[in-house]
Structure formats: structure tokens, C-alpha cells
Design a protein. Structure first.
Length: 289
């Protein structure tokens, strides 16, 4: 079965390397769908037979770019990755062979990318687990973010946890059935979120609270470049707008506004309890206040 890989791209320096890495490292049938969001790369991408290019004459934002790529995807599986990533050999087959349910979302072990050597950055640890931060812990920044969960990684380092429950993740790479993306998630929404923010919070929350599961697959990996200020961002982010949309997302999920949920937000905290930054009696303490 085919895997469709969507890459939203906006003024990306390492797009070519990412595309070549995905194509050369794949073990099964793939198609790579690059969405050029308001620009053309220079030099242009090679004419690979399994490379499809969508060009937006004006930038529409990352969420729209992902939806555009997914809308033409022909694979039974859908993967999304940032345009500055390197992958392990056979990543696609390892993901498919360990994907058991149509309502799963799967992530990969993540390393930091040394872009100069196009290799794993040896001075950074591997990241497997994330927790959702408690927005009540910082009243001046009422947001929920996926944070590294190092303690859980140490506790669950045994191979029996190579496929394991993951509370949340980073949006730089995820894998799911096309059916889950289309029929369950309904694509990525811009309502409240805008064009960029809280990508995996939406995916993860809908999946967990809708009756599915998010899984980490430690049998394969990718290396991701965190660009930050030194490398610059492809998508411009307005701080004030981002803060507003982050808060909207936090309140949307904590207040159980999603009508299609079969589980409340409290269930997710209880499932992974104890969760860093969440006090034991958080429901009574915070909600009473």
C-alpha cells in the first residue's frame, strides 16, 4: 500500500535535501507531495516520477498547504513532514507494519538535525515522549504545548515500549491512515487556530478524545532542524496573534467545546497521570478559582 507524504513549504532552504532523503530512504511505494506556498524554490526540484508539486501563487498558510496536499493524495496512508528533515532507512515500511488501527496517529523518535553534515546532531538527545503543559501554571501565558517528557522516556526505555502511547507530540512529522485524516479529522481547521498554530494539539486532541490513540514508534526515527532565530522561519508568525490563538485552543479543549468527543479532556490527564505541571487536584483547585 502506498504512503503519501505531504510537505508544506514556504521559503525553505533544505527542501531539496528533504525530498531526496524521503525518496531514497523509502522501502515501499510512496508519493511525495510538495506544496510550494507562495514561492518557487531556486534551484527547482528535480523531476522525480513520484514527486508531485502544488504551487500556491500567494501564501495561504501551513494548515491550508497541508490540506491541499492531502486532498490529492492517493495513498492509503498519509504522512506529513516539515521541509527540513532527514529520515532513517525504510521509515515508511516500519510505520506501516506497526500501524494497527485506522484511528491511530503515529509519531517517530525525533533527533535534532545537523544541517551542515546532514546527520543527527550528536550533542542533542533523542526525543520520544511529550506531555501537554498545564495552562493554569502560568496565568500570563494560558496555553497548552507539547513539552519533552524525559522522565517517561527513562521509565519506558525497554523494547516492550517501542510502540507506546504518546500524550502529545510536535507537528514536524506525523503518520496516519488517509481515512483518519479525511473522515475523522476532516482535515486541519483554521477556525480559532488561524493558518499555523497548534497543529498537533488539534490532531492529538481530536484523536484521543474522539476514541483513537496517539502512538510513538521508536523502531524508526527522523531528524528535524529547529530553525529558530538563527535560520529564520518560512512562515511569518505574529506574536500577538499567535498568543491569542494558543489561548483559544487551550480553552477550547479544556472546556470540552468539541461536540464530537467521546471522552472529556479530564480523561486524557487522568490516563497519563501524573503529568508534569498538573497538580493532583487540578480540577477542583483551578476550576474553583
Amino acid at each position: 500500500m502506498k504512503t503519501s507524504i505531504v510537505i508544506p513549504s514556504r521559503n525553505e532552504v533544505f527542501l531539496l535535501q528533504t525530498v531526496e532523503d524521503l525518496i531514497t530512504k523509502a522501502a515501499g511505494e510512496i508519493e511525495v507531495i510538495v506544496v510550494l506556498d507562495g514561492y518557487w524554490p531556486n534551484p527547482p526540484l528535480p523531476n522525480y516520477p513520484n514527486l508531485i508539486i502544488i504551487h500556491h501563487s500567494e501564501s495561504r498558510g501551513m494548515r491550508s498547504a497541508i490540506n491541499s496536499g492531502a486532498s490529492i493524495a492517493k495513498g492509503e496512508y498519509l504522512m506529513k513532514c516539515d521541509a527540513h528533515c532527514m529520515f532513517s532507512d525504510g521509515y515508511d515500511e516500519v510505520l506501516k507494519s506497526n500501524y494497527a488501527e485506522d484511528n491511530w496517529v503515529m509519531t517517530l523518535s525525533r533527533y535534532s538535525l545537523d544541517y551542515e553534515k546532514w546527520a543527527i546532531a550528536n550533542n542533542r538527545p533523542r526525543i520520544d515522549y511529550h506531555y501537554l503543559s498545564c495552562p493554569y501554571a502560568n496565568p500570563n501565558d494560558f496555553t497548552i504545548h507539547g513539552q519533552r517528557w524525559n522522565e517517561r522516556a527513562r521509565e519506558r526505555s525497554d523494547p516492550q515500549y517501542d510502540i507506546d502511547d504518546e500524550m502529545s507530540s510536535q507537528g514536524s512529522c506525523w503518520f496516519m491512515s488517509k481515512k483518519h485524516f479525511d473522515n475523522f479529522l476532516g482535515g486541519l481547521s483554521e477556525e480559532g487556530y488561524g493558518t499555523f498554530t497548534q497543529e498537533f494539539q488539534e490532531i492529538g486532541m481530536k484523536t484521543w478524545l474522539g476514541g483513537g490513540a496517539v502512538k510513538i514508534n521508536k523502531k524508526t526515527w527522523y531528524a528535524h532542524l529547529h530553525k529558530g532565530r538563527t535560520m529564520g522561519r518560512g512562515y511569518h508568525l505574529d506574536r500577538e496573534d499567535t498568543d491569542r490563538r494558543n489561548e483559544w485552543s487551550a480553552r477550547y479543549w479544556i472546556e470540552n467545546r468539541w461536540e464530537k468527543r467521546v471522552r472529556d479532556f479530564d480523561w486524557l490527564i487522568d490516563k497519563f497521570s501524573p503529568v508534569p505541571t498538573w497538580i493532583e487536584d487540578w480540577k477542583n483547585v483551578y476550576r474553583a478559582g
